[in-house]
Design a protein around this ligand. Structure first.
Ligand code: GDP
Length: 304
């Protein structure tokens, strides 16, 4: 199963951003530091192309610091792009944000030409939390359910610096199968839109290869080379007493435990993709997507 998640009302968000972007100097895209590639919205890149961009890797407290450094280097090497990592414990991120925006749009500033910045991000990436911190008062609703920020708002961070919240909700568009799993594991996708067992297995498959020690430490299990994701999920279930009558492992329960532990950083600080890996996944995803589009265009009855 590839997780598909692109609700129909996205075209409203698209129109609203197209309208707003005309009077914007810098676009801040909030990304989840654990999955920067997957938490980016490909449509946003199209809509904002030509505008300088600040990539903010949020929730860095949950992410692997060495990998956050890789992502920052990756983004900082892109044209007209700056990147910084943040987490909700940073009490005054405004100064860093403002400085980065001025670097990106040096011609703006002062009362005659105030800096106008659009802040975007997929649901649950921490946008409301950041806006609240920046505004130093509760202006945005924060919540655990995906998609709670809806109304556009303007926040003055200085007399000549305006921050606009994205109009509408920017759902991720999932071209890469692995992105669907990573988004689901991170909590960015509504609980009912994915199968926990499948997501946990995909997550374990990655953790076995990249973070075997984290699994061994957290669950007190052996993670030998060649072990499968199914075997590890069963071992976790057994260790945690997720056992059904008859002795079978309750895989649903075991899956929920793994996903919960990732979200709560009980496995330590983990990042589910590197820039290099994501580039490969994206290229594969785009190829499949292009083939699918091509098939759709073929007239009925044509071969293949
Ligand atoms: P929004 O949908 O993008 O506006 O996201 P929210 O601001 O509502 O945040 C979603 C969840 O992520 C909430 O439970 C926040 O407490 C949590 N969160 C936000 N920023 C951070 C952060 O930097 N670190 C951690 N660990 N959690 C965060």
């Amino acid at each position: 199963m590839a997780i598909q998640w692109f609700p129909g009302h996205m075209h409203l968000t698209k129109k609203a951003i197209q309208e707003r972007i005309k009077a914007i100097d810098v676009v801040i895209e909030l990304l989840d530091a654990r999955l920067p590639g997957s938490s980016a919205n490909p449509m946003l890149a199209e809509l904002t192309s030509g505008k300088p961009g600040l990539k903010v890797l949020n929730k860095q407290d949950l992410a692997d610091p060495a990998r956050s450094a890789l992502w920052l280097t990756h983004y900082n090497a892109l044209p007209a792009t700056r990147a910084m990592a943040l987490d909700a414990s940073e009490a005054t991120p405004a100064r860093r944000l403002i400085a980065a925006c001025h670097e990106l749009a040096p011609g703006r500033g002062g009362m005659a030409k105030p800096m106008r910045v659009l802040i975007c991000g997929i649901p649950n990436v921490g946008k409301s939390t950041l806006i609240n911190t920046l505004a130093s008062k509760r202006v945005a609703k924060t919540g655990d359910e995906a998609g709670i920020t809806k109304l556009e708002q303007r926040i003055a961070l200085a007399d000549d610096f305006y921050l606009y919240d994205t109009p509408g909700v920017l759902w991720p568009r999932i071209i890469v199968a692995r992105s669907g799993y990573n988004l689901a594991a991170s909590g960015a996708i509504g609980r009912n839109a994915f199968n926990e067992e499948e997501v946990a297995l995909a997550l374990l498959e990655y953790l076995i290869r990249h973070y075997p020690d984290a699994l061994a430490t957290r669950y007190g299990i052996a993670v030998p080379v060649g072990v499968t994701d199914e075997q590890v999920l069963e071992a976790i279930g057994r260790k945690r007493g997720a056992v059904l009558s008859g002795g079978r492992i309750n895989l649903q329960k075991a899956a929920e435990i793994v996903i919960f532990d990732l979200r709560a950083a009980n496995l330590g600080r983990i990042t589910l993709e590197t820039p290099e890996e994501f580039a490969i996944w994206l290229a594969e995803g785009q190829k499949v997507d292009a083939e699918r589009q091509l098939k759709k265009k073929k007239p009925l009855g044509s071969p293949g």
